[in-house]
Ligand binder design. Structure first.
Ligand code: ADP
Ligand code: MG
Length: 170
């Protein structure tokens, strides 16, 4: 799939990251049931889990959102805008020693059903993961060090029409 569009957002603080998460959540909620694949890249501490947490909160999940660092995948049942069910799978592949673990874990099944798949550390699954609808890279911005180090730069890349819908919602 070709890159359809790229956009860079500045997130001056954690509240801005939460707003980005809420925008993504609202866009997914408004879509008809389909598989949505969003990849989150960036160094440890860049804010991938913080953003995922904001997405899940905005989708109406009231309980805890644990980082799937050890469980690799955490499932959530939330709802679409019309009240129909929406399943979210939140992955963290950091601990993968080999991309083949993606197949061994059976995670491909999560992409065979209409679900919202949020994947931290997609690089760890290599090509087995396939191309996302939207890829989001979070980076600290050294120039923002005087803002208590909260500033992040989000580079968003849409590879599909679904990804383009998400990108245009942000
Ligand atoms: P990752 O999942 O990428 O390793 P986390 O989301 O677990 O990162 O951690 C990000 C840390 O950075 C959290 O402690 C969070 O409070 C902090 N933080 C500060 N500013 C921001 C921001 N603008 N966006 C996201 N997280 C931020
Ligand atoms: Mg994380």
């Amino acid at each position: 799939m070709p890159l359809l569009e790229e956009r860079t957002l500045t997130l001056p603080d954690e509240a801005a990251t939460a707003r980005l998460g809420a925008a993504l959540a609202a866009a997914v909620q408004a879509m008809p049931p389909r598989t949505v694949h969003v990849q989150l890249s960036g160094d440890l501490g860049a804010g991938k889990t913080t953003l995922s947490r904001a997405v899940l909160r905005a989708l109406g999940h009231a309980g805890k959102v644990r980082s799937p660092t050890y469980t690799l995948c955490e499932p959530y049942d939330v709802a679409r805008a019309d009240g129909s069910p929406l399943t979210v799978y939140h992955f963290d592949l950091y601990r993968f020693a080999d991309p083949e673990e993606w197949l061994d874990a059976g995670f491909r099944d999560c992409f065979a059903e209409p679900a919202f798949n949020l994947v931290e550390w997609p690089e760890k699954a290599g090509r087995l993961l396939g191309e996302p609808d939207l890829h989001l890279l979070l980076q600290s911005d050294m120039a923002g060090a005087d803002d208590a180090g909260e500033r992040r730069i989000a580079t968003m890349r849409a590879y599909t029409p679904t990804g383009l819908t998400l990108l245009n919602a942000c």
